[in-house]
Design a protein around this ligand. Structure first.
Ligand code: PMP
Length: 286
């Protein structure tokens, strides 16, 4: 069954806190018209931010890539305020930030001198027991654009893919472009073959996941070998373990992988995933 989700009790919109039903933007907001905006999701483990600076740096990068002028130094204190207003300072939660280019008469080119529309809110997240999950994952064609490094709110290709997965009884997608896995619809993918981890190198075809960075840091610290290389679908029969990572996905085991109705992978071992999960948990709960 689909999880319906829920609204937060308050949101911060363009400088003010308000209930979501009062938070409205113009129909000429470019976020509404074009998906002309970016977003970021930062986790807080029992009130403590996890790799906050990396999330802010990715936000800064994305704003710069699409040339939205915005002073990100205001964000950090507001994120803590969002948590505190939502009563989440002792709970596991995340802060959602969205910045669109703003409102102006509709043109394809970027209008000069408009004020970005800025939205933020905190929401509770279940960040426990991720080690127990075994996701059933659908292999789908990656038909997204070629700037997946930009965390754009224009997520139609991701949402169409994930809709197919969820209605088909799957938990997530693994996307494939030109014979190689790219990433999930909202997660990064890792493959383990004979003790070696493979993950796609950063670049325009994937989002530079913050959890991905954390996992690679853990690999270096624990002496687990990895290679940043695109993993071909035809090698899936050699794979021992697959896991997906993300801010809310954390490190989730792929239990099985399905392509055109056929199971093409079933998780056998899980030793490396388990070692990474254990260390990840330790670092998030420090
Ligand atoms: N790829 C995509 C397409 C995503 O939406 C996400 C989730 N933000 C990720 C990867 C994982 O990124 P992160 O670890 O920073 O949450």
């Amino acid at each position: 069954m689909k999880n319906k989700g829920s609204y937060p009790s308050e949101v911060y919109l363009n400088g003010e806190w308000m209930p979501p039903q009062e938070a409205t933007v113009s129909v000429f907001d470019r976020g509404f018209m074009f998906g002309d905006g970016i977003y970021e999701v930062t986790p807080f483990y029992r009130g403590k931010p996890f790799h906050l600076q990396e999330h802010l740096e990715r936000l800064r990068y994305c704003l710069a890539q699409i040339k939205i002028p915005f002073d990100i130094t205001i964000l950090e204190p507001l994120m803590f305020e969002a948590l505190s207003r939502a009563g989440l300072t002792e709970k596991d939660a995340a802060v959602y930030i969205q910045i669109s280019r703003g409102t102006a008469p509709r043109t394809h080119y970027f209008p000069d001198d408009i004020k970005p529309t800025f939205l933020m809110y905190a929401f509770p997240v279940q960040l426990e027991n991720f080690q127990q999950k075994r996701w059933k994952v659908l292999v789908s064609e990656d038909f997204r654009w070629q700037r997946c490094d930009i965390k754009s709110t224009a997520l139609l290709a991701n949402t169409m893919s994930n809709e197919e997965a969820i209605t088909g009884g799957y938990d997530e997608n693994l996307l494939v472009r030109e014979g190689c896995f790219t990433e999930g619809s909202h997660s990064t993918a890792f493959f383990v073959v004979d003790g070696m981890i493979y993950t796609r190198p950063e670049g325009p075809l994937i989002l530079s996941g913050i959890t991905r960075k954390v996992v690679l840091e853990i690999c270096r610290d624990l002496g687990i070998s990895y290679e940043e290389v695109a993993f071909p679908v035809v090698r899936v029969s050699e794979v021992d373990e697959i896991f997906l990572t993300g801010t809310t996905t954390q490190i989730t085991t792929v239990g099985s992988l399905h392509y055109e109705g056929e199971e093409i992978f079933r998780s056998q071992k899980g030793e490396i995933t388990a070692r990474l999960q254990e260390e990840f948990e330790r670092r998030t709960r420090k």
